[in-house]
Design a protein around this ligand. Structure first.
Ligand code: ZN
Length: 408
């Protein structure tokens, strides 16, 4: 009777597979977990603690009061000096953490105690190795409610993102009824931040730092323009998921979204400025495709607990996006025409590729590569106030000439 034989055999195979898995797991745990690096990223919206380790950490978390503290017990970990050093990373001005303590709880467990300044909503998750990062345990501490008085929608957007609620189907296309004299709303997006440094130059210049400096300079210039108003997606060294950047622009009813970068390329000889717009149908060149791919990895490098990266594919959005994309191309072209006065152009045409950060269906969006941080000369220039100001001015002039064109 073939049937019973088959099912027995299947069971047997299953059993063997399970035994193999078990032994593999045991071997895995035999290599004791070691903390390789600890980082703390305080910001006004949330504080992130990252524990980087040679193997994936297994942990339990619980909350104790009086004083309020979050306790994280990590199994099969032996305490080393890197992890012990974590308490020295907390700055007195950290909005959420009073102090961090770490100790060997029993011979298999290391206990991390996060003593808090206020009630928080912890969000813990692990990340698999990517790029230069090993396994990571991420501890995000959010306040129970937004504690700033400004009108920044970032906290609400991050909450929605973490719940997985930034869902395409729920997103209304914003069609704000603009009056003739309404100000043009510009959202500037300094790329990367926090756990995601972006590209790093030969002299260790970090992309996330120079692009924030350029964005702030451009913001200051735009603030002097009566017909424009400006917001930044981030004004701190904070990691923001790509989707949250897009939705922040939409929450502000942005007319224009400009993501500012200074990436690396595989060849150190690559130099010059370039501008990119979204393409939903393949990239304009292999370099554009490479760049979009590396930029879209930002969420995995910076670390998100849930992927908010499910994008818009139904017809209505596509229609809106077609108009938006043609506006984005005009904006990119105008910016490039001004940038060539202050830097050589890497490509004279606006390039296109599937950049996740440019996917707001109703906001003209451009990604500007100010210069290549991987080029020794451009890395040096990127750090100077002079070049940063020139780039900021060129982008502003490009915006102005786009606005003039759109009015005619
Ligand atoms: Zn970048």
């Amino acid at each position: 009777m073939p049937a019973p034989f088959d099912s027995t055999r299947r069971l047997l195979i299953k059993g063997i597979a399970a035994a193999c898995l078990l032994s593999v797991t045991r071997v895995g745990f035999a290599a004791t977990a070691q903390i390789a690096a600890v980082r703390v990223w305080p910001s006004s919206t949330y504080t992130r603690i990252t524990l980087e380790s040679n193997v994936s950490l297994s942990y339990k978390q619980f909350y104790l009061t009086n004083p309020n503290r979050l306790v994280i017990d990590i199994d099969d970990l032996s305490l080393n000096s890197t992890f012990r050093n974590i308490s020295s990373l907390i700055k007195p001005e950290d909005p959420y953490i009073k102090q961090l303590r770490v100790g060997q709880f029993d011979n298999k467990t290391v206990r991390l105690v996060v003593e808090l300044k206020q009630d928080i909503n912890p969000n813990l998750f692990t990340l698999k190795p990517i790029a230069e990062f090993k396994n990571r345990l991420v501890i995000d501490l959010y306040p129970l409610q937004k504690n700033t008085l400004d009108d920044d929608p970032l906290f609400a957007l991050l909450q929605e993102f973490n719940k997985g609620d930034l869902n395409d189907n729920d997103i209304p296309i914003s069609q704000p009824v603009k009056k003739v004299n309404d100000k043009i709303v510009i959202v500037l997006d300094p790329g990367h931040g926090g756990e995601d440094p972006g590209a790093i130059g030969y002299y260790k210049t970090r992309e996330k730092d120079v692009v924030l400096q350029i964005a702030r300079r451009l913001r200051d210039l735009i603030r002097k323009e009566k017909a424009m108003t400006v917001h930044l997606t981030r004004n701190e060294d904070i990691f923001l998921p790509l989707r949250v950047r897009v939705e922040k622009a939409r929450a502000f009813h942005a007319d224009l979204f400009i993501s500012i970068h200074a990436d690396a390329f595989t060849k150190r000889s690559a130099k010059g400025s370039s501008a990119f717009a979204l393409s939903t149908k393949g990239a304009s060149s292999s370099a554009a495709s490479y760049l979009a791919q590396t930029q879209n990895e930002a969420d995995e490098i910076g670390g998100v607990s849930r992927s908010g990266d499910r994008y818009l594919d139904h017809t209505l959005l596509d229609l809106v996006q077609t108009t938006t994309t043609s506006n984005s191309l005009i904006l990119g072209k105008e910016i490039l025409s001004k940038m060539k006065r202050v830097n050589t152009l890497h490509k004279t045409q606006v390039e296109t590729a599937g950049f996740a950060v440019l996917k707001a269906p109703d906001v003209a969006s451009v990604l500007v590569e100010t210069a290549f941080i991987s080029n020794l000369n451009e890395e040096k220039k990127l750090k100077t106030a002079n070049f940063q100001n020139q780039i900021a001015k060129a982008i502003l002039d490009g915006i102005k000439s786009y606005i003039t064109l759109r009015k005619n």
